[in-house]
Ligand binder design. Structure first.
Ligand code: ACO
Ligand code: ZN
Length: 223
């Protein structure tokens, strides 16, 4: 039933013969039984986690031709909170975050991008903050971007700048990336975070960005 393609990635021996699952997006080696077993486990849990059945009461804050954005607040019905927790667990797993406790869970706003085929394909978790530390060192040239160096921590200024809104997580389903879903999530956040005003890009901050997050944030904030 599953549709899978053999993908040959031109990145050396290690990646030769890698398969990308067309439904869950996991990259694995089909010829390796252990890998395959890991995929089966991940596959079901992941698809169950991103499944969105529709809610009686949902707060639609933006609509697009390919989906909509739903906002979930801390005191929403338990089915909404449970979905957010499930999605956050998948996201944290992928990001390698463990047990990150929100600073003020009562003020957390979660934006879910729901695709037309009823899946949560994007998630943005934001919380109010008072200050942020600007990133100082930028990767220089294409060499350092592709090297291991981009995994190191970004250097930050020790002088805090005032900010309003911190993005603690931003994630888009692997198979739906580069379709401006993250951009639309942040646009919607800026519009909805504080009633009656559209936040400037210097009023939002990305906490602890990954290399992907940094590339996106840099691009987003400069356009
Ligand atoms: N490499 C280079 N440029 C990028 C990348 C990338 N991986 N991702 C986004 N951009 C830039 C591009 O310029 C892009 O525009 P273009 O496609 O027209 O060139 C622009 O940002 C807008 O990108 P979107 O399509 O809106 O971004 P997307 O929906 O693909 O989501 C995200 C980006 C969320 C970073 C996604 O890659 C992802 O989920 N990655 C894995 C999880 C992750 O690392 N999240 C960030 C964690 S940091 C944090 O949560 C605070
Ligand atoms: Zn799969």
């Amino acid at each position: 039933k599953e549709t899978e393609d053999q993908l040959i990635i031109d990145a050396g021996q290690k990646h030769f013969g890698t398969t990308v699952c067309k439904s869950c997006g996991m990259i694995y080696t089909a010829s390796n039984p252990e890998d395959e077993l890991q995929h089966v486990r991940h596959h079901h849990r992941f698809l169950e986690g991103i499944k969105y059945t529709g809610w009686k009461k949902e707060r639609v804050v933006a609509e697009f031709w390919d989906g909509k954005i739903v906002l979930v607040l801390p005191h929403d019905p338990s089915y909404a909170i449970r979905k957010v927790e499930d999605v956050q667990e998948l996201v944290d797993n992928e990001l390698g975050f463990h047990q990150v406790v929100p600073r003020c869970p009562d003020k957390t706003k979660t934006f879910l991008f729901i695709s037309d085929d009823k899946k949560v394909v994007g998630c943005l978790i934001a919380e109010p903050i008072k200050q942020a530390f600007r990133v100082l060192s930028e990767p220089t040239g294409p060499e350092s971007v592709s090297s291991k160096e981009c995994h190191r921590a970004w250097q930050c200024s020790d002088v805090p700048q005032p900010a309003v809104c911190g993005i603690s997580r931003i994630w888009v389903f692997r198979l739906k990336r580069r379709k401006r879903i993250a951009r639309r999530l942040v646009d919607t956040l800026r519009n909805c975070f504080m009633f009656g005003c559209f936040l400037r890009t210097d009023e939002i901050a990305f906490s602890d960005p990954t290399p992907d997050g940094k590339l996106f944030a840099t691009k987003y904030c400069n356009t």
